[in-house]
Design a binder for this molecule. Sequence first.
Ligand code: FMN
Ligand code: SF4
Ligand code: FES
Length: 720
Amino acid sequence: MRGEDPSPELMEALAPFPRERTWLLPALREAQEALGHLPEVALAQVAAHLRVPLSEVWGVATGYPELRLAARGHHHARVCTGVSCALLGGGELLAETARRHGVAVGDTGADRALTLESADCFFECSMAPMIEVDGAYHGRVTPDDVAHLDRWFRAHAHHPAAPRSPAHAIDPAPAVTAPAESAEAALDRLAAAADMRQRGRPALRLSVQMGTCGRAVNAAELLAALHRAVAAARIDAEVVAGACNGMCYAAPSIEITHPGWPRAVLERVTVAALPALLDALAGDGPLGATGVAWSEAAWRGLVPAARHPFWAGQERALLARAGAIDPESLDDALLHGAYRALAHALDRPPVEVIEAVKASGLLGRGGAFFPTASKWEACRAAAGEPKYVVANGEEGEPGIFKDRHLMEGDPHQLVEGALIAAYATGASRVILYVHGEADLSAERLERAVAQAEEAGLIGDRVLGRDFACAVELRRGAGGFVLGEETALLESIEGRRAQPRTRPPFPVESGLWGKPTVINNVETLSAIPAIVGRGAAWFAGLGTPKSPGTKVFGLSGPIARPGVVEVRSGVTLQALIETIGGGLTGGQVGLGAVVGGPSGSIVPAALFDVVMEPRGRVSPGTGGIVAVPEGASVVEIVKTLLRFNAQESCGKCTPCREGTPRLLALIEEMERDAAADGHTTRANELAEAIQLASLCGLGQAAPLALLRALETYPNDMTGRS
Ligand SMILES: Cc1cc2nc3c(=O)[nH]c(=O)nc-3n(C[C@H](O)[C@H](O)[C@H](O)COP(=O)(O)O)c2cc1C
Ligand code: SF4
Ligand code: FES
């Protein structure tokens, strides 16, 4: 953009946005996408277009970490130094990148060729250590890779284009379906049509794991090579860009489906191995690959799932279809049972749905474990129209990456869960709020929404019934606090992400003062299973204190990092040792970071304690990072605390001032181990922060330090 002239390019980019404040964040994202950064004149253009005071546009533009007011170099690299990546050498990779490319961290080299930054997490911790280069993630990175960073440079150094919000704006013209005798009958017709189309497709399907995790280790290259190899060998097979089934450790992997064969997954497939693999598939002998098959006994050299260490202890309800279906196909989702629970719900009164969710005992999976049915009931009873359902897919807590797997792997399941929530609560609008960097989640959800609209699953008469619902996608722009429910509402309204004081609670006065239910992605993804398979079935999968299943992300230096779903009431021993395969290289476990920066390091001595909400060991939001003996407890606690201090929105003093002060206290302890009183001062300050902070960020920020002082006093104080 030249000088102070308004940019015609930007004018064009802004034109689709209605001139309302709610579009401020999407418009700023769009402007940044068009220009690479947000110069002052772009802010003025956005302000003029949306009729928002420039000072407030400035306030929002400087309030979200992903919005950039300054230009970057021609290329851009970010090296993750979050706990999982740090344990696998992230810090060394950052230093090596800086050294090799002659650029300081946080700086752009003198020739403006490269801007280098550190990052807190890319939310694909199973692929640690990770680097992002010109908007693309790379996983399992080695120091050698860093020496040849230029092979990852792109001609255009912007992030890949993000889906635009107005495409599915709040007042779309939804498809209308004819009145149906029942929603189930209308769905039967959709499923029958999908079945007819399916019959014309090849029997053999080869699905390359193209989740964000797979893409970080060259799955796109494998997919392209597979397309070529299948065409060259004239094999009648459908090649699909699939999703991750949770086996991130096995990426790049290929999932095979064929009538008469068990479902099968081949691990760590290389381009070089493809010709032999396709030959083997044509025969009936062993496939010459490692992997898993859903068969009673070993199948063509693959381990049966019931005996596979990653799978044997899992219970798949929410992740049942992830990896097994084409995440971009509504037909596939319908043929695997999607929208069956929605149809079932629509043929019954909304209160029956709430009763089912209540009977299931479902507790919110966003961290607070609040009973979902209570929220829904309160929203239904609240006065005010329209009502909203917001799916919280912000997931900005380092070490946690399960919601992205749910959104990428089975987007229709989330859409269905949100529609059922809307029906039950009396809402007519759903907003799917997706993290600003979770591009693939957003892309797949965007497509799912468009397909569902076209099929009459979203719109004026959902499945022909007297239920109208519009669904819209929104994107964040970074910041941990943005995931806090009221901060998220502020951002939708076009403001900085700062939590609101409560009461009133969102169920009474949420988005634009109207009753609003906000649920986590995992919570909403559980709804179709509860309504479809029964509340008692779901409740029976867990414990009385924690019914149902729980999805976890496993990372750190373990053999099988990935995303798993287990019956609630699991132990860390089962997750890390059995499913995750234990620490690599014969390392001994020191503990595990559970719950990211709002959590703490759980010592290995507690690995056999059943995890329950508010129990001795709480599952938190489901991020588990295994920590080996020899890792620095102080460094981990400092990483978590530094993150909380940096992410404080600044609204309340104890969090804004106290959290950095706690960090400084640790540094004082490190400098002067012999001095007395540090622990007492830390405890007093922590108590003040916990009691006087407005939101969960400040309230939970001191936890990691407090627990570490109790559990690892010598490591923390430097005394023996
Ligand atoms: C700092 C902070 C960050 C949060 N981030 C998220 C998040 O990324 N995703 C989420 O679902 N909930 C997050 N929450 C919790 C939400 O405020 C809210 O409790 C949750 O979305 C409600 O959904 P649930 O009842 O289904 O758990 C966060 C809370 C705090 C205090
Ligand atoms: S506790 Fe921290 S993040 Fe939360 S409102 Fe207060 S200052 Fe903001
Ligand atoms: S991706 Fe590096 S810590 Fe999460």
